[in-house]
Write a protein that binds this ligand. Sequence first.
Ligand SMILES: NC(=O)c1ccc[n+]([C@@H]2O[C@H](COP(=O)([O-])OP(=O)(O)OC[C@H]3O[C@@H](n4cnc5c(N)ncnc54)[C@H](OP(=O)(O)O)[C@@H]3O)[C@@H](O)[C@H]2O)c1
Length: 368
Amino acid sequence: MRRLDFLVRKDELGATCLRESPPQSLGDGQARLCVEKFALTANNITYAAFGEAMNYWNFYPAETGWGQIPVWGFATVVESRCPGIAPGERFYGYYPMSNEVVLQPLRLSPGGFMEGAEHRAALHAVYNSYSRCGADPFHDPDTEDAEAILRPLYTTSWLIDDFLANNDFFGAAGAGTGLVVLSSASSKTAYGTAFRLARRQGIELVGLTSAANVGFCRDLACYHRVLAYDQLDQIDAEAPSIYVDFAGNAALRKAIHTRLVNLKFSSSIGGTHVDQLGGAHDLPGPRPVLFFAPAQIKKRNAEWGAALLSQRLLESWREFIGTVCRPAEPWLLIEHHRGADAVQAAYERVLSGRDDPRKGRMLSLADG
Ligand SMILES: NC(=O)c1ccc[n+]([C@@H]2O[C@H](COP(=O)([O-])OP(=O)(O)OC[C@H]3O[C@@H](n4cnc5c(N)ncnc54)[C@H](OP(=O)(O)O)[C@@H]3O)[C@@H](O)[C@H]2O)c1
């Protein structure tokens, strides 16, 4: 089997190529996995946009100028020189956009393993952890495509909600007047956050989105109000408020910080508006704070213990996935894209930002 890797130019994300090469030979302690399928959302494009600054290119290094975007998905062991990792076993985790990957499992447990390749040692543990599907309480074969797409996103959504509540909404909540304004409201991470925040008292959720996605966001019914980006004048400027920024759009951020004169906190989560990213110079109001999910995990691990944290997240995940995948009115419609041409086309669509927000895209370069 030839190895296929989908590469993008680091300085021009629209330029891509498919690299074909002979399979890498396995060293002691290594395992070869067939990457069966993986999700692609704006989150992966953000990995690429911040690839240098935040080391996302370092997971699966490529030749100079090119990068491999990491993706979340499922892979099956096809060959192993690592005791405890058996051919046929499936793992959920962080893979390259490829048909196969060679990993070096370390710290094996009944639940999974940690990737032990030296070049990944300094990268965050959350990305180096692989779960055995058969032992993973988050895994349900019936909804595994939605799991690949939403699990890393919803974990962040859940932590954002927990972080804001844990900080008493920075004084913005109370008497039904506090506003939490979310940009890129049609994104999965934003609506997952709204799904959680909608259970909190004393805040009104305002989703901001592009005109084409207003209907989708209203149909979700997890925002109290949905406005298009050019309707900021309809937001109560005096209300105590929080901005939760998934778009990363510098001009929009400035307009929101200018409009919301009682802005208590500004949280920088993402950068979906990849062509309009920018710094926070000359910004009125509080300085945006980069949301760092592992810090909230660490805090809750210390306060609650890992088991309780995991149990709370799992309960919430099951509720969310049940809502998103309910047959009557699903929030997410899965589409599969198999083969190099289909992967290329799906990548271009996600990169363009003009994709239907209902769609959840599962890609595969594997045979079959
Ligand atoms: N900090 C963290 O730990 C963390 C974790 C997870 C996700 N995130 C971030 O959250 C953001 C959302 O990720 P997601 O995977 O949930 O996104 P998604 O569901 O794929 O979002 C799609 C939406 O993003 C906007 N969009 C996407 N590409 C665009 C483009 N090129 N130009 C303009 N708008 C574009 C559009 O929303 P609108 O029309 O509504 O603007 C679109 O409907 C990403 O930036 C991601 O990196 C951060």
